[in-house]
Design a binder for this molecule. Structure first.
Ligand SMILES: Nc1nc2c(ncn2[C@@H]2O[C@H](COP(=O)(O)OP(=O)(O)OP(=O)(O)O)[C@@H](O)[C@H]2O)c(=O)[nH]1
Ligand SMILES: [Mg+2]
Length: 309
């Protein structure tokens, strides 16, 4: 049996989280058509008869300006810790840009074999457009393989798994075969809520949002397994933090309409995930400049909940 950790790195918005979800076959990482959605290193576990690949989604590589961004870049480092291979993801439907070069540069520093995924090929008018892009990436870096894929349609994703598995060492699996992620359910629930807030808001608001689940009918956060159904009604209460009073006004909406809509779509997502009825209560609080506050930013880190560093 083969087993290994594989970090997925790339500039923001290239489709890292969409790929993680596609690989695992279930939504475990939130996605959005807005940059800097993912803030943590999130494991997605793929087990098949050949072995186990623990993929690690990571925040998009960018120049951080605030404490939150700095922590996100530390998470990129965490994602690569102990990994056998780094999968650099680029947007194959666009010409290579500085952000892609920067991501490759960062990945190169980790001194492990690199593979390149050229994502979003479903958007290409002609596959011929890929050839000069592949040549460009091959010229600037040696990759084990360069694989055009579509995380959205699934094209070539099985091939990618096969090519990665071949390169992993012989080792026992890291997790039992029914595990799909390392995130505690409480964190996952907060992320699903954050995704719905991001979907419903524009410009600076998505970046200024943090969600913390304050109350949960189950006390202990657990690791997350596939097909795990909860019994009875799940009661959740969460706080959505924003940075300014104006943002709170937008999020709450006229007569609470926006918050109601966010709560309703988050509840549906949670019910489908947990396989039980969910009662969700949302509060909005203003925490000025939280993205610059080390302590607050640290409190969002789920790795602390599960006893990680
Ligand atoms: N057409 C197409 N869209 C894709 C594909 N993969 C991802 N997307 C879209 O690209 C956008 C960004 O996807 P994410 O998965 O959130 O990207 P990310 O790299 O995780 O972004 P950050 O977490 O912000 O770094 C979303 O709107 C996705 O639906 C793909 O293969 N094809
Ligand atoms: Mg992401």
């Amino acid at each position: 049996m083969k087993a290994g950790l594989v970090a997925i790195l790339g500039r923001p918005n290239v489709g890292k989280s969409t790929l993680l979800n596609r690989l695992v076959g279930t939504k475990i990482s939130i996605t959005a058509n807005k940059p800097q959605t993912t803030r943590d290193a999130i494991q997605g576990i793929v087990t098949n008869p050949e072995g186990q690949i623990v993929f690690i989604d990571s925040p998009g590589i960018h120049e951080p300006r605030q404490e939150l961004g700095k922590r996100m870049m530390r998470e990129v480092k965490r994602a690569t810790s102990g990994c056998s291979l780094v999968l650099v993801l680029v947007d194959g439907s666009r010409n290579p840009g500085q952000g892609d070069t920067d991501a490759i540069e960062t990945a190169r520093n980790f001194k492990v074999p690199l593979m390149l995924g050229l994502n979003k090929i479903d958007l290409l008018k002609s596959k011929h457009l890929l050839l000069p892009r592949i040549k460009h990436y091959r010229d600037i870096q040696t990759f084990e393989e360069l694989v055009p894929i579509s995380a959205q349609s699934g094209e070539n994703v099985d091939l990618l798994v096969k090519l990665i598995m071949e390169r992993l060492p012989e080792a026992p699996p890291f997790y039992p075969e029914d595990y799909i992620t390392d995130q505690p359910e409480k964190f996952l629930a907060a992320e699903f809520i954050r995704e719905k807030v991001i979907e419903s808001t524009q410009q600076e608001v998505p970046h200024s949002v943090a969600v913390i689940v304050d109350q949960w009918t189950q006390e202990k956060p657990r690791s997350t397994k596939r097909k795990q159904k909860l019994q009875g009604l799940l009661k959740l209460s969460a706080t959505v933090y924003v940075e300014r009073a104006g943002q709170k006004k937008i999020l709450v909406g006229s007569q609470g309409a926006m918050l109601k809509q966010v709560g309703s779509s988050a509840r549906k997502q949670l019910e489908s995930w947990f396989g039980s009825q969910v009662f969700l209560e949302l509060f909005v609080k203003v925490q000025p400049k939280w993205r610059e506050q080390k302590k607050f930013v640290q409190s969002l880190d789920f790795h602390q909940m599960i006893g990680g560093s």
